[in-house]
Design a protein around this ligand. Structure first.
Ligand SMILES: Nc1ncnc2c1ncn2[C@@H]1O[C@H](COP(=O)(O)OP(=O)(O)O)[C@@H](O)[C@H]1O
Ligand SMILES: [Mg+2]
Length: 246
């Protein structure tokens, strides 16, 4: 079943075409990676799928519904959750409080919400951070809290924006393993935007490549890493990294 269909989406900021006629279909249970150099339009695509931005042209369908006119909270209520690239924690909340806020979005019942929050902490592996304040945590830890917060909403589709940035190669491997486990456990569909090739190649079943708002390639991680247009877009540091993981 198709859970997400992005059809012919164009988004402009003034004269800048951030996305140009982008199409993307995602099946239930798939993991799709979205890659591309800085400014390619990746975050804009996430903003449009989650309703934070509205397209100039085209339609977003989620579980067969046209959500173009829907506000973000209504789209979220379909089971779409998003892990933000820039983590803005509430410094004086504990990890537990931050994650429980997520689960209350889904359930008004306190014991149910607490159970979902506990499960999210366990799945992400940060139960031991439960009573720490957000302001005491480092960036990789904050990203895990953000992941737990979005999982606590019990999503069906999870969008993750650059969760691996700043992690060591060993931490990247752990994160890939962890996300695969979480995905299996909760039966999620995953969309990941990522710069770290080791991460996106290890996790994704299919990858789309954006470049200045255009989709320049789509396919398996292996075919993407060999695609001449992709290589050209990534000439320089990224390509050396991609070759390593193809
Ligand atoms: N709210 C906005 N207003 C104006 N320009 C924007 C806005 N959001 C993104 N852009 C521009 O759109 C392009 C795509 O941005 P973005 O989607 O953030 O790229 P990526 O996430 O791939 O790095 C960039 O040139 C960026 O400067
Ligand atoms: Mg971005």
């Amino acid at each position: 079943m198709k859970v997400l269909e992005v059809r012919d989406i164009t988004k402009k900021f003034g004269a800048l075409v951030a996305l140009n006629s982008i199409n993307l279909n995602v099946d239930e249970g798939e993991t799709v990676g979205i890659i591309g150099p800085n400014g390619a339009g990746k975050t804009t695509l996430f903003n449009i799928i989650t309703g934070f931005l509205k397209p100039d042209k085209g339609t977003v369908w989620i579980f067969g519904r046209n959500v173009n006119s829907w506000r973000p909270h209504k789209i979220a209520s379909l089971g779409v959750s998003r892990c933000f690239q820039i983590v803005k924690p509430f410094p004086s909340l504990t990890v537990w409080e931050t994650v429980v806020v997520g689960s209350y979005l889904k359930s008004r019942d306190a014991s149910e919400a607490h159970e979902a929050a506990l499960e999210a902490l366990k799945l992400v592996g940060i139960t031991d951070l439960k009573d720490r304040l957000s302001r005491e945590l480092n960036i990789p830890q904050l990203k895990l809290v953000e992941l737990a917060r979005s999982i606590a909403t019990r999503p069906k589709i999870l969008l993750i924006d650059e969760i691996a940035a700043g992690l060591t190669p060993t931490e990247v491997d752990k994160m890939v393993k962890k996300l695969k486990e979480i995905k299996e456990r909760l039966g999620l569909t995953l969309l990941v935007v990522e710069h770290v090739m080791k991460f996106v190649m290890g996790l994704s079943e299919r990858i789309i490549v954006l470049h200045y708002g255009e989709k320049i390639a789509e396919g398996s991680p292996e075919s993407i890493s060999k695609d001449p247009r992709v290589i050209e877009a990534y000439l320089g540091t990224k390509w050396a990294e991609m070759r390593e993981w193809s």
